[in-house]
Design a protein around this ligand. Sequence first.
Ligand code: GLN
Ligand code: ZN
Length: 760
Amino acid sequence: MSKTHNLGFPRIGADRELKKAMEAFWQGKISQQELEQTGKQLRQRHWQLQADAGIDLIPVGDFSNYDQLLDMSCLLGVVPPRFNWDGEAISLATYFAMARGEQLNDKAVAACEMTKWFDTNYHYLVPEVHSKQTFKLSFNKLFDEIAEAQRAGFNSKAVIIGPLTWLWLAKIKGEDFNKLALLESLTAAYKNILLRLKQQNIEWVQIDEPILVLDLPEQWKKSFTSVYKQLQIADLNILLTTYFGELDDNLQLACQLPVAGLHIDLVRGSSQLEEVIQNLADNKILSLGIIDGRNIWRSDLDNILNTLNKVKDKLAERLWIAPSCSLLHVPVDLAQEHKLDSEIKNWLAFATQKLDELNTLNQAVNHGKENVAQQLELSRKAIQQRQQSTRIHHADVKKRVKAITNNMLARNKPFNERSEIQKQWLKLPAFPTTTIGSFPQTDTIRIARRAFKQGQLDKEEYTRQMKKEIFYVIKEQEKLGLDVLVHGEPERNDMVEYFGELLNGFAFTEKAWVQSYGSRCVKPPIIYGDISRPEAMTVEWSCFAQSCTAKPMKGMLTGPVTILNWSFVRDDQPRAATAMQIALALRDEVHDLEQAGIKIIQIDEAALREGLPLRKKDWQAYLDWTVRAFRLTASVAADETQIHTHMCYSEFNDIIQAIADMDADVITIETSRSDMELLDAFENFDYPNDIGPGVYDIHSPNVPSTQHIVQLMQKAAKRIPVARLWINPDCGLKTRQWPEVKQALACMVDSARQLRKAAG
Ligand code: GLN
Ligand code: ZN
């Protein structure tokens, strides 16, 4: 008999109840007790939902008031000294201070850093450790939730993040040291956690060690064996959980660790099954992650059953089945979507539906297909229908992709010649100034956009209001003295959604929210079919903007890779193929903008870097097709047209060659927080084109002084020839307020003047 279990359930709530409660609590509108009450209700509801779906072992500990890594750090008593923690049980106030920063005695205390959880769009709070770090269990949340679930009668499996993954993701503060030096005391703390769980009569602990799918240094690999030896406790079973990729060179290691069971991701690593079975001792549980926890498509149940049937006799009682990873990364419930086209809706499965699929599979394995014939038939039909749907496949799109030639992937002339041609008409001063695209999204803008969407504002009036905003933004930029202007993007609620809504092949949901970090959720578009562009998407706005000024106006597009990386992508063709379709649609937009007289065009690739695969061996293939997609978009431009690109996360050291291969005339990047250190990549590598290193940290309300900006630029000038430097903020200004933006940009322009003067 096989068993089902789940690795984690989205905690935010089908109606984003947790988000709303968190924000109300921060604003002082509800009490801590009320916030806790909401959490309790959500946990109860989600456990019940999983139990009702027939899940045998219910995850407990996957809930979080902000972030599961932060929960783990608190459980271990790892609070950065700046929060003045008293060493007692960590309060919710300290917890949220770590998450969001706080004012202590009139001084701003910075929040813990946030970064992406592996290759997902979920952000975790980075643990901070120092060389004298100690560990002491200081947060009761996990144990309380276990007790809560047991009281309610759920068959509970405790869920925690493993010691090596936690430590790997931790950041060193203060003097440098080898983090592994902390392992002994960290392991002791984990042992205490396990002992507490045992006291609570827990049988199974799921310990997540997703770093086992990464390239690990030898020392780290070795540490796994010693740590897990020490974590052996009689009658307490550890399920070692890996996901987001295949184990590859860590396969033997993972199979041989002294634990009771191993979970592997068969969606991302389907080829590892046989080898794992061969290497796993025959008293260990093998949990197969067979339902995609990262995407929203229905599973092909027949196909999965084929796989399961091949191994079920051999594994027998040792077979568990589960989603590939925590369902945190998919929306809660498809049943809430009432506007979604019914044909497309039938192809999808969100967290709730995925659990039903899991149950169907388990029934089929244990009691025969005939017992779930109806469910299987429904699923089969949906899969077939999707494969054959005329909504998905468009011959003309496929034909265009096939007809892509190398010629279409390169500009006419090399950069140095283009640059001369562009200089002739642009006549920009040294250190040209520009911004990244968006300006503050005021309430007026949001209200107008919402009213238009809901049909309360007609197109004409909406357009009039947006043009008024654009005009205002342009006049402000002229007053400030910026060199290359933007229209400010008031018509865009989101840089991906805006384009998705205007392209064929995208679907949008009403409530399919996924937690991005803390209380912040995103609603990624769904790319279900071949992509094409029915009509121009930005030309009218850009042309209007250009008509308001004699200065050059920069057209603004979101690049193909960013649109792809921030959507749920179809799984019936390679991501690269979808990227090329998007690129063709955007290429037409570049062409139309150019024809309409927009001669500077920025193609944002904010998310190109973050989509880098987890394993180094996969990087080149990714970079090849992403650079190709970008070049296909941009290369339609004539040489006199200046193509800009922008990237947010700018750790470029490893991929600088690919950045250069994109061959954008100008790249603007986020660098101010790193004090220009990120530019080291450009120093050691002779990056050929123009660069605008960000000098204004737009994630902070702080206004940089002119002097500060001059200093940053001087640092930049040590690494990059002055003739190729631009001055601009780190990123778009849409989340900022007007007063601070005006001040900061005035300083930016001022610093440019000073630098020009100094350079003579
Ligand atoms: N052009 C976009 C903006 O300014 C870029 C945003 C981003 O890089 N995330 O808002
Ligand atoms: Zn950015």
